[in-house]
Design a protein around this ligand. Structure first.
Ligand SMILES: [Zn+2]
Length: 110
């Protein structure tokens, strides 16, 4: 499956894969990559990045506990943990999709 790359904000060449873009955020708003075509430093603007980190930190806990409330798993640690775990993981792919789709790339260090 070909990985769609996000274009460099400076020269428009495909420069950053979605995985790379997610890792840009996970290692912090100050990180950046270099465009292989024009050498521009590409990063994520601070506010959207910080906001996304906030979402990915809190939403899984909210959905995890919501899943427990919703499905009221049978007694026993295993089922409680399983439901909590699934509820915890469920929002992560859509969150990353939103992030990949809507958080812009910017040229840094000018
Ligand atoms: Zn470029």
């Amino acid at each position: 499956m070909p990985v769609k790359k996000h274009p460099c904000p400076k020269c428009g060449e495909p420069a950053v894969s979605s995985w790379r873009k997610c890792s840009l955020s996970s290692v912090g708003p100050l990180s950046k990559v270099h465009c292989r075509k024009c050498g521009a430093e590409i990063g994520i603007p601070f506010l959207p990045s910080a906001f996304f980190l906030l979402l990915i930190t809190f939403i899984p806990f909210i959905t995890g506990f919501a899943a427990i409330k919703l499905f009221s798993p049978p007694d026993g640690l295993f089922w409680g943990m399983a439901v909590l775990f699934l509820g915890f993981l469920a929002p992560i792919p859509p969150l990353f999709w939103l992030y990949s789709r809507y958080v812009p790339l910017v040229v840094k260090g000018i």
